[in-house]
Write a protein that binds this ligand. Structure first.
Ligand SMILES: Nc1ncnc2c1ncn2[C@@H]1O[C@H](COP(=O)(O)OP(=O)(O)OP(=O)(O)O)[C@@H](O)[C@H]1O
Ligand SMILES: [Mg+2]
Length: 303
């Protein structure tokens, strides 16, 4: 069983699309049990899985990830099973992705991140401060521990930042996958991101040692390129060159498979279905790419 976070502090680089389609491919093709966790207040992963109307219904009855953090802030007990949405992906009222569950997000999570940041340690002595530092970052991990054995993979879709909710995702993860466009600014961002995660890992480990607590920190699991354009023009040469450059630096970490700029994703989002379950030649082409990525994913990060 593995917990994997999809991160990049850069926005619009395919984190949600990739987490969603890898999760769906593994459930559909491999019969795996998958839990998707949407920790982004933008709720994109949530709405890739279900319509806003069905989400409203679920939220009213069960709550969302926001409820989990609210309970922590209010010192209340919380059963994570309440917010696990069983097989939320539906077509004409039928459940169509068996084995795939979702912890949905909520725009209110934006407020939670701020509330977490302003919550301070109850005392100023070093070990209390360290203990508080660890607690604030292991809220999600401690709850996921109750259900992790039910799954082959838990895939966490992070917002484009590294604030506390994302740090909670990282502290719950065995590894993290970075999705990126193969352009100049995105590739500069990769090394900054890797250094930043290394620093977060180090700070968490130091605090855990002082507070005599157990933590594990995630390793880089891979880099997946998305929206690649290959062919004959200047921009395309840049994409090709940047992918080679990154593969040279992150040897063994850069996925061989990538997605090209494709048509079908917006239709998939509108229907709250993965591209695998749409008809037509365009969705079929992009479906093939994510199937290959999903196969490489389980080879590189075995469950
Ligand atoms: N291969 C592709 N071809 C065309 N469009 C794509 C492709 N991959 C993703 N997209 C589109 O790009 C947009 C951004 O993708 P996505 O939402 O997955 O990025 P993100 O990194 O999760 O963004 P954010 O940081 O805002 O959460 C979406 O509209 C998505 O449908
Ligand atoms: Mg996203």
């Amino acid at each position: 069983m593995k917990v994997v976070s999809f991160i990049n502090y850069k926005g619009g680089v395919g984190k949600s699309t990739t987490a969603y389609h890898i999760g769906c491919a593994l459930a559909l093709d491999q019969g795996m049990n998958i839990l998707l966790v949407d920790v982004d207040p933008q709720t994109n992963l949530t709405f890739l899985c279900a319509t806003p109307e069905r989400w409203e219904d679920f939220k009213k009855k069960n709550g969302t990830l926001e409820s989990l953090y609210r309970a922590y802030l209010d010192n209340k007990p919380f059963d994570i099973k309440n917010i696990v949405w069983q097989e939320p992906i539906e077509k004409a009222g039928m459940k169509v992705v068996k084995g795939l569950n979702l912890i949905p997000s909520d725009v209110e999570l934006l407020g939670i991140d701020l509330d977490l940041q302003t919550k301070t340690s109850p005392s100023n002595d070093l070990s209390s401060v360290a203990d508080h530092y660890v607690k604030q970052r292991t809220i999600l991990r401690d709850k996921l521990n109750f259900i992790r054995d039910e799954y082959d993979y838990i895939l966490i879709d992070c917002p484009p930042n590294l604030y506390l909710v994302t740090q909670n995702a990282l502290a719950a993860s065995d590894c993290y996958v970075v999705t990126a466009l193969p352009d100049h600014l995105s590739t500069i961002g990769l090394s900054i991101l890797e250094k930043r995660v290394r620093k977060l890992n180090k700070d968490l480990k130091n605090a855990a040692e002082i507070a005599s607590r157990d933590v594990s920190t995630p390793e880089l699991g891979g880099i997946i390129f998305v929206r690649v354009r290959l062919g004959g023009t200047a921009i395309i040469n840049v994409h090709d060159r940047k992918m080679r450059e990154v593969s040279g630096i992150y040897t063994n970490k850069t996925f061989d498979n990538y997605t090209t700029e494709g048509i079908g994703y917006s239709e998939a989002a509108e229907n709250a279905l993965p591209v695998f379950l749409l008809g037509g030649s365009n969705p079929k082409r992009v479906a093939y790419q994510y199937r290959e990525i999903a196969n490489e994913f389980i080879r590189r990060i075995p469950s």
